[in-house]
Every structure is written in structure tokens, then in C-alpha cells.
Design a binder for this molecule. Structure first.
Ligand code: P5A
Length: 426
């Protein structure tokens, strides 16, 4: 992509309304634009990150045998009256009336809809276990939308729903998804701590929140220091469950048996939340199957959420410096920023164009700053948008064929010849 023809509205000034780094940087780097409180337009660069995150989420869901669906954002109130949540959900639910005076709502979550689908089509134990998931926009009329996409009103969620015959099988499914979540976050460069949580508006008996430690997090978490030393391979359900980790007021340290010196208190950003709630929805919505010995029983269910749009903010909170964002490679909007310091100079333009074509032919996503701008502006913009690698074409390239490559994360620079660039970034 050539920057001269791209839509990347970066801001020089720090927007006054943004209180935390990720919100400031998302606005300054031209990732999103706020339309009204808690509602955003995703601009090209931000959308690329959002899509990269979705891809990782889907790959890890598909790997464990979950099936992707897409449910509507608008739901009939009737289903929520059956589950008993229509009144209980309160003011956070955006209620809509259609032209025939039928009550509708913009879905804050989809337990009712998916249970209704499964109730219609799944009649036998042979179809189980079954996990269906989607990535879809949700609306929650949060009383205090803040921190940009971190607590939005309209936000993108991955929501999965599991259906099992027995409690044992449902527990196995829960563990499998729990571990898939840890892998998912790991691939994005995040170490998530699974903490025991309350089931809140979703209801049920077993629940974990996936929290990443960040000073700007909205939750208080307490966790065993041993979490900080576990490798990704050691982070299994069985291992992590032996260590204390809990969130919110319900789980003050005095309620647990971990020695004081071994417990850490930190702020956390909740990037995922999973629930096991048995027959809470299957019973009222009629999701029942016939067992092997001919009995009809309601399905054992769980639901599993990832804050996909929140993750964009969370990743930035975890990875930035005073100059801007530092994208982990797996989610970066482009892998390389190619800077032509001598744009307009025929020789420099030819060299830059050549490298640009070569990189693209090699399947490497590159943003080429071909603008007629000062070097300082180009460097500052590139640092701000945080692409993993910067490749600089300048006088040196014209004279000797050498380019400067900078690794954004460490700031390390080295000179390499033009034909070695691909090898190095690979
Ligand atoms: C699980 C999937 C649920 O809704 N039902 C379907 C269950 N869980 S949850 O914890 O309420 O939400 C799941 C994740 O969504 C993110 N999230 C938000 N992101 C941005 N803005 C919001 N207002 C918001 N509310 C929830 C969180 O990451 C949460 O873990």
C-alpha cells in the first residue's frame, strides 16, 4: 500500500478526551473515529488489526472443532422473555420496537438465539458435543463507556456456545476452550491469567475471566505469583486451577489460603470470559435430546466470550512506548513500513519502487511512505503506527545500495544491502 493513496488520518495533537495510552494512540494513529459515546468507525489501519485478531481467534476455535455461524444483531424479545432475562437485563439492553409494534432488541449476547437454533435441530445425543461460535457486533448501553474501544457500547465479541449431554462432558468442553483461549491470547503476544469469576448476568456455576495485567485495567485481580513463572506449555487447565487467582470484591485475599507473600494484587483488563451454566437456558427454551436409553433431557451448556474489539486496545496497552504503538507481528496491520526519504529523486524512487514490488511479490504486507514529507514527519508517523519493521531508503541507498532496517520493538538498527531485506524480515 502506498501511503500517498491510503486513508490514514493521523493526529499530531493528543486528543483531550482520551485518558489512557491505548485510546490516545488509537485516535492519533488513525485506527478509529468516535461517532458518539462508545460507538466507533473502524478506519482502514484499525480494521486490518481487528481482522488479524479475528483470524487468530477463528483458527484456534476451528482447531478444537468449533463451528462458525453468524447470528443476527437484532433479536426478538420473545426469546428473552422465555429465558427470563428480558426484564432482568435492565437498562443495558437497547430495546427497539418495529413498525408492527413488536418488541425487538439489539443483542448484548446470544445465549437465547443459539439455544433456540439448537432446540430446533438437535434432537439426539449423537450430535453432541457441539460448539457453535460467531464473531458479531454486540450492543450494551454501558452507563460509563470509556477508554475508547475498551468499554464501548457497540463492540465486537467472539461468542461461543457449547452443548453437551452430561456434566462431565460439558466440563471437558469447558477445559478445552479454556486452553484454546490461552493459546489464542498467546499468539497475540499476551499472557492472560485465568481468574475465577462471578457469573453475573450470564448466570451459572463455573466461570473464569481471562485478564491481562495492565495498570490501566478496570478490574482488581489477586493471583498467585507462580503464574508469572509458568511457560505457555505449563498453562493447562489442570495446572492453572491449582493456583489461586480471582477477581472483584467477592474474592478478597483474606478468603484464600495462599500465604500473603505469594499473592499479587494487580489491575487487569478482561479480554475473555467463559461460563458453565448447565441447563439455565436449555430448559426454558426447550433444547432437549434423546439419550441412548430413550430418555429426554435438557442440554448442558456453557458460553465463551472474547472481547475482539477490546483486544485492539488491550494489545496497545501491553505494547507501546512514548513514540507510539509497537504491534506484535501476528496482529500488525503491515509487517514493514518502507520509508523513502528522497521521494521525488528519480534514483531513490526507482529503488524504493523496486523494493516495494519485490516485497509484495514475496507476499509481505508493506506500507510504502512515498509522500513528499519531511524525514522527521515520516519517522514520527512510522513510529506512531508501530509496524514491526522500518526500512529506510535514503542517500546511502543511492550511493551504496544499502538500506537501514529498524526493528520497532527494540529500536535496533542495521544496514543491509537491498537484496538482503526479504531474508532479514523473514
Ligand atoms: C460469553 C459469550 C458474555 O457475554 N455470553 C456470550 C458471555 N460474556 S461477557 O463477559 O459479558 O463478555 C465477553 C467479553 O466481551 C468483552 N466486553 C466488552 N468489550 C468492549 N466493550 C464492552 N462494553 C464490553 N463488554 C464486554 C470483554 O472482553 C468480555 O470478557
Amino acid at each position: 500500500m502506498k501511503l500517498s493513496h491510503y486513508f490514514l488520518p493521523t493526529l499530531k495533537e493528543t486528543p483531550a478526551e482520551a485518558q489512557i495510552a491505548s485510546h490516545r494512540l488509537m485516535l492519533r494513529a488513525g485506527l478509529v473515529n468516535q461517532e458518539t459515546s462508545g460507538i466507533y468507525t473502524w478506519l482502514p489501519l484499525g480494521l486490518k488489526v481487528l481482522e488479524n485478531i479475528q483470524k487468530i481467534v477463528c483458527e484456534e476455535q476451528d482447531r478444537i472443532g468449533c463451528h462458525k455461524v453468524l447470528m443476527p444483531t437484532i433479536q426478538p424479545a420473545e426469546l428473552w422473555k422465555k429465558s427470563g432475562r428480558y426484564e432482568a437485563y435492565g437498562k443495558e439492553m437497547l430495546r427497539i420496537t418495529d413498525r408492527h409494534d413488536r418488541e425487538m432488541l439489539y443483542g448484548p449476547t446470544n445465549e437465547e438465539v443459539i439455544t433456540d437454533v439448537v432446540a430446533q435441530y438437535v434432537k439426539s445425543y449423537r450430535a453432541l458435543p457441539l460448539v457453535l461460535y460467531q464473531i458479531q457486533w454486540k450492543f450494551r448501553d454501558e452507563i460509563r463507556p470509556r477508554f475508547g474501544v475498551m468499554r464501548g457500547r457497540e463492540f465486537l465479541m467472539k461468542d461461543g456456545y457449547s452443548f453437551d449431554l452430561t456434566v462431565e462432558s460439558a466440563t471437558e468442553t469447558y477445559k478445552k476452550i479454556y486452553e484454546a483461549y490461552l493459546r489464542t491470547f498467546n499468539r497475540m503476544g499476551l499472557t492472560a491469567i485465568p481468574v475465577r469469576a462471578d457469573t453475573g448476568a450470564i448466570g451459572g456455576n463455573l466461570s473464569h475471566e481471562f485478564q491481562i495485567v495492565a495498570p490501566t485495567g478496570e478490574s482488581t485481580i489477586y493471583y498467585d505469583v507462580q503464574f508469572d513463572t509458568l511457560t505457555p506449555e505449563q498453562m493447562t487447565f489442570d495446572r492453572a486451577s491449582t493456583l489461586y487467582a480471582a477477581a472483584d470484591e467477592m474474592h478478597k485475599p483474606e478468603d484464600c489460603s495462599v500465604p500473603v507473600g505469594q499473592l499479587k494484587e494487580a489491575r487487569g483488563i478482561e479480554i475473555g470470559h467463559i461460563f458453565y451454566f448447565g441447563t439455565k437456558y436449555s430448559e426454558p427454551l426447550g433444547a432437549k435430546v434423546t439419550t441412548q436409553d430413550g430418555k429426554t433431557i435438557p442440554l448442558e451448556m456453557g458460553s465463551y466470550g472474547i472481547g475482539v474489539s477490546r483486544l485492539v486496545g488491550a494489545i496497545i496497552e501491553a505494547s507501546h512506548d512514548d513514540k507510539g504503538i509497537i504491534w506484535p507481528e501476528a496482529v500488525a496491520p503491515f509487517k514493514i513500513g518502507l520509508i523513502n526519504l528522497k521521494a521525488g529523486d528519480t534514483k531513490a524512487d526507482t529503488l524504493a519502487e523496486g523494493l516495494y514490488t519485490q516485497l509484495r511479490t514475496a507476499g509481505i504486507d508493506v506500507l510504502y511512505d512515498d509522500r513528499d514529507e519531511r524525514a522527521g514527519t515520516k519517522f514520527a508517523d512510522m513510529d506512531l503506527i508501530g509496524l514491526p519493521w522500518q526500512v529506510v531508503i535514503g542517500n546511502k541507498t543511492i550511493d551504496t545500495g544499502m538500506v537501514e532496517i529498524k526493528y520497532r520493538k527494540t529500536g535496533d538498527k542495521q544496514d543491509v544491502s537491498l537484496d538482503k531485506v526479504i531474508e532479514l524480515v523473514r
